[in-house]
Ligand binder design. Structure first.
Ligand code: SAM
Length: 210
């Protein structure tokens, strides 16, 4: 994502009721943050937040957390959230530290249009690499399930292999998601690539907790 500096980002974030600057104090206690025991779904690398905000509005009985590491992007996301949503939080976090913030409490991870890291020597920075899958093991409550979408074929094939090698079963594989699914909640990147005529690849990866 191209990073345009938002000048008053600190002020926007510190005054926003949805924003959580440091999630470590809620480790294992995110149900308390929401005040209920509903399932918790997270999107890692949510960008400007369209997908997670629309999901929160559509599914009030699920708690959603959008995760992003850059303040300028976080500031853009929080300003788009309507008032009075009780099932959404926006968290500043580098996913490398995700296992310091959640513990056995996440029901679903969304990886939407994650950064592709095209150079082979950077493969382990991919959010679907073994480095991250090991961390995700600790944060899932019961079954591990990862919903992934991307326009990037190399990242997609890499991720299918990575999930499978790590013991995930691959469900709902699609090399052109939009040709079969209608009325999907889409992301900003998804809309951009779909307009360009690019196919969207998707998979639901599922694994029992080890
Ligand atoms: C290509 S954008 C996609 C944004 C959004 N999911 C979409 O589909 O429109 C990837 C986003 O992931 C964020 N990101 C990348 N690595 C991350 C990490 N380790 N932790 C948190 N966010 C990350 C980037 O800052 C960027 O906003």
């Amino acid at each position: 994502m191209r990073l345009r500096n938002v000048k008053n980002k600190e002020e926007i974030l510190s005054n926003n009721p949805y924003f959580i600057a440091d999630g470590t104090s809620y480790f294992g206690k995110w149900s308390e943050v929401f005040g209920n025991t509903n399932p918790i779904y997270i999107e890692i690398g949510m960008g400007k937040g369209k997908f997670i905000i629309e999901n929160a509005l559509k599914y009030p009985d699920i708690n959603f957390i959008g995760i992003e590491k850059y303040d300028s992007i976080l500031a853009k996301a929080v300003t788009k959230i309507p008032e009075g949503i009780n099932n959404l939080k926006i968290l500043r976090l580098d996913a490398l530290n995700i296992d310091q913030v959640f513990y056995k409490e996440i029901d679903r991870i969304y990886l939407n249009f994650s950064d592709p890291w095209p150079k082979k020597r950077h493969n382990l920075r991919r959010l679907s690499s073994k480095v991250f899958l090991e961390k995700y093991d600790d944060i899932f409550k019961d079954t591990c399930n990862i919903f992934m979408r991307t326009d990037n074929r190399d990242l997609y094939i890499y991720s299918l292999e990575s999930f499978s090698n790590y013991g995930y079963k691959l469900n709902d594989i699609s090399f052109d998601l939009h040709s079969t699914e209608e009325n999907l909640i889409t992301t900003e990147y998804e809309d951009k690539f779909t307009k360009l005529g690019n196919p969207i690849y998707s998979v639901v990866a599922i694994k029992d907790k080890s």
